[in-house]
Structure formats: C-alpha cells, structure tokens
Design a protein around this ligand. Structure first.
Ligand SMILES: [Zn+2]
Length: 74
C-alpha cells in the first residue's frame, strides 16, 4: 500500500506548489540578499577610517568643519 504524506483532499482545497524549487533557483533568489560592502573612507581631519557621506565619529568633522561632537575634542 502506498504511503500518503497528506490527505488527498488537500490537493483540491489547498493551493500547493507543484514542484520543489531547485537549488539553482534558490541561489539566484538569494543572490541579492547580501549587504554590499561599504568602501571605508578616511577622515581628512584626523586620518581615521570613517563611513563615507557621514561625519567622522572621532572628531565630528564633515566637509572641513565640525558639525557634531566627536569622541576627542580639539
Ligand atoms: Zn575625523
């Protein structure tokens, strides 16, 4: 006797995927899931690495002037 994993009635009342998606298809879907690596910038004021387009966390400088308080005060 053949073993059934679910009642046959489900085929008619429940929407189910007909086939399992392949590993290749799953991989293609997840190809965009990663976060892009951010190229680190260097603060021209204190030479510390900082994320681009953001004020330096160390000295609080952005575009040559202090825009917020950093860890170190000068
Ligand atoms: Zn800095």
């Amino acid at each position: 006797m053949q073993e059934r994993r679910f009642p046959a009635i489900w085929r008619s009342i429940m929407p189910n995927p007909k086939r399992r998606h392949s590993k290749s298809r799953r991989g293609k879907r997840r190809a965009h899931d990663f976060l892009p690596t951010v190229t680190p910038g260097i603060c021209p004021n204190c030479q510390n690495p900082k994320p681009p387009h953001q004020a330096c966390a160390k000295c609080g400088y952005y575009k040559g002037k202090q825009v917020m308080e950093g860890e170190e005060e000068y």
